[in-house]
Design a protein around this ligand. Structure first.
Ligand SMILES: [Zn+2]
Length: 157
């Protein structure tokens, strides 16, 4: 899956899309899910190669996901070491119980907080709905939407 806006490219490996989409469809979709995104950056572009999925200590509710299991950070560290520093934390994802997801103010507040102190390194924020995937990118403390892509095929916004 590819997001392209204003010269910035975000690509998601197909296995990542499938893994995330599984949590946006029944029966998993009765509670929100999420995890972190692992991959690498090339200039303003981000390539997402792997993601983590909900772990036992995360909090999943109908309208919320709080990542609090230490396993996500451990997975990031393990991938970084095993890849010789090529694969690392590049953002996060979560699901919404809607077809075409839109970020809440709580999402944007949380994303802004995560960008603090990261300078020019882009971070990717993904929301997965049952029919589309929404992407936002944060660079230099600024969030910019990359739009939505249909979970089936093609850009729908
Ligand atoms: Zn949200």
């Amino acid at each position: 899956m590819i997001f392209l806006t204003k010269g910035k490219l975000v690509t998601l490996a197909e296995a990542v899309v499938q893994e995330m989409t599984r949590f946006a469809t029944s029966p998993e979709s009765s509670r929100e899910a999420g995890g972190i995104l692992l991959g690498h950056r090339r200039g303003p572009h981000v390539e997402i190669l792997r993601c983590t999925i909900p772990l036992p200590k995360d909090r999943r509710t109908r309208f919320g996901f709080v990542r609090q299991d230490k396993g996500h950070q451990e997975a990031a560290t393990r991938d970084w070491l095993e890849s010789g520093g090529v694969v690392y934390f590049v953002g996060e994802w979560h699901t919404h119980p809607e077809r075409r997801p839109t970020p809440s103010w709580i999402d944007r507040r949380s994303w802004r907080k995560q960008m603090t102190g990261r300078g020019r390194d882009p971070l990717v924020f993904i929301i997965v709905g049952s029919a589309a995937v929404y992407c936002e990118i944060g660079v230099d403390g600024q969030l910019a939407t990359m739009g939505r892509v249909s979970a089936l095929a093609g850009n729908i916004s």
